[in-house]
Design a protein around this ligand. Structure first.
Ligand SMILES: [Zn+2]
Length: 452
């Protein structure tokens, strides 16, 4: 924990210096592909879709052909709700899909089916290991768009990804550090993997993050007033880059503010090579999307029993479990990290219930990966078997002691250098144990006895 604390303090003090009199305000939009077997509104398989040849996972629905009707993916809806439960979100009993209109070649229908006024999940939060709380605005479900490639002056489009279920998580502007923004992203990734909601592989584009960034004066912070501009950095696929992009924006925006201007409200991209953010094509404002309820999908309603059943499928959050292991059980952060990330906590408590000492179980699970493959029963049996062996060892030592006491001349001969006389003692031990002793171990015991 202390190494983590040191790192956090170091990061935060660096940011404080960069910010000077200003306070950072960051909100995040995180998009994640849902781990499910078919499309958001069509039957296209998601299996192997990331490596498949272009335009092989398509159908009339996701290509937006006339007359095709969307049917919502129930599993994707459940996964989104499970995520909402994990983030303590308000679960909306009434929800619906809306059409979000904009014209772009990666959107064959001319609109995206998303959620606007009635998302699946409302406000929630997550507490970070740094101690800060990130507040969530909403979690909703939508369909992903296609991917375009610009090659030799032409634009090519691959529709495989189009229509894949996409969760969008939106935080409030409640993050005040680049380091904590990145920490939040890492936590979200860990949680969605832990719950099986998404594989969240950022290199495959399964998870993308967009921070919106502005700087507040102390006066505004005091009055709870947000800056009247924000800069959004689009499609970042690494938390390290996001942290760097935010740090760059702090410097850039502070310079503009100190010159008496207000930074332009715009979308920017992050250039990995230069470490700078650069202006991007500006997208229409939210009110230009002309949202309206999707007429082909009836509104959804969910009852309490449905949510209660889902809650049973949501395990405790990794960070909450780690916190308990560290604060209540006295484990190091490293041990807690291994146990939680390798999904060993249930096994740990299972073997403890079967009588294995807590510290011994932790030690074996952390340091001896072969123990992680056992069931709780096998694990406990293995421990018992070993302690039996240790008891046997104690019994053997007693027999060796007896044989030595009964044969003082032989002992004297060995001590005066006649090493071969040990074989006689070995024979005596084997006789006394009726041949059950392991001669290798008896020899070792005798050797130890006559050393030094
Ligand atoms: Zn399809």
């Amino acid at each position: 924990m202390s190494a983590y604390k040191d790192l956090t303090e170091q990061k935060l003090s660096l940011e404080k210096e960069l910010l000077g009199p200003y306070r950072l305000v960051v909100g995040l939009e995180i998009h994640m592909h849902v781990k499910t077997d078919h499309g958001m509104f069509c039957a296209c398989s998601t299996e192997g879709v990331y490596d498949a040849p272009s335009n092989t996972h398509t159908c009339p629905v996701c290509l937006g052909l006339p007359g095709a009707l969307p049917v919502p993916n129930e599993d994707a809806i459940k996964q989104t709700h499970r995520l909402g439960i994990a983030f303590h979100c308000e679960l909306n009993k009434e929800s619906r899909f809306d059409r979000k209109h904009y014209f772009y070649p990666d959107l064959p229908k001319g609109y995206q089916i998303s959620q606007y006024l009635k998302p699946l999940c409302g406000e929630g939060y997550l507490d970070l290991p740094t101690g800060s709380r990130v507040e969530l605005e909403r979690i909703h479900l939508e369909e992903d768009t296609a991917k375009s490639f610009h090659e030799g002056g032409k634009t090519l489009i691959d529709f495989n990804k189009s229509g894949m279920p996409l969760i969008e998580m939106v935080t409030k502007p409640s993050i005040h550090s680049a380091w904590e923004a990145a920490e939040f992203g890492r936590q979200v990734r860990e949680i969605v993997r832990y719950l099986g909601v998404s594989d969240a592989d950022m290199e495959k584009g399964q998870m993308r993050v967009e921070p919106n960034i502005s700087l507040q004066t102390a006066e505004m912070a005091k009055n709870g007033k947000l800056p009247d501009y924000k800069v959004e950095i689009k499609n970042i696929n690494s938390f390290k880059f996001m942290e760097k992009a935010i740090l760059y924006e702090i410097k850039r925006q502070r310079e503009i503010l100190e010159s008496g201007e207000v930074p332009l409200q715009e979308n920017r991209g992050y250039d990995e090579a230069s470490g700078e953010t650069v202006p991007q094509r500006s997208k229409e404002e939210a009110h230009d999307y002309r949202y309206f309820p999707e007429p082909d999908i009836p509104p959804m309603s969910f009852d309490g029993a449905y949510f209660e059943d889902l809650k049973k499928t949501v395990k405790r959050l990794p960070e909450e479990t780690k916190k308990e292991l560290i604060e209540e059980k006295g484990l190091s952060r490293q041990e807690a990290d291994v146990l939680v990330s390798e999904d060993l906590v249930d096994l740990l408590y299972g073997v403890v219930d079967l009588g294995v000492v807590f510290d011994e179980a932790v030690n074996l699970l952390v340091n001896r990966p072969e123990y992680r493959e056992f069931s709780a029963e096998e694990f406990a049996a293995k421990i018992k078997e070993q302690s039996n062996k240790i008891e046997d060892m104690a019994a053997l030592e007693t027999v060796v002691g007896e044989v030595l006491a009964e044969n003082p001349q032989v002992v004297a001969e060995i001590e005066s250098g006649k090493d071969s006389a040990k074989e006689y003692l070995l024979g005596q031990v084997m006789r006394k144990t009726k041949g059950k002793a392991d001669p290798v171990i008896v020899r070792r015991l005798l050797t130890t006895r006559f050393q030094g």
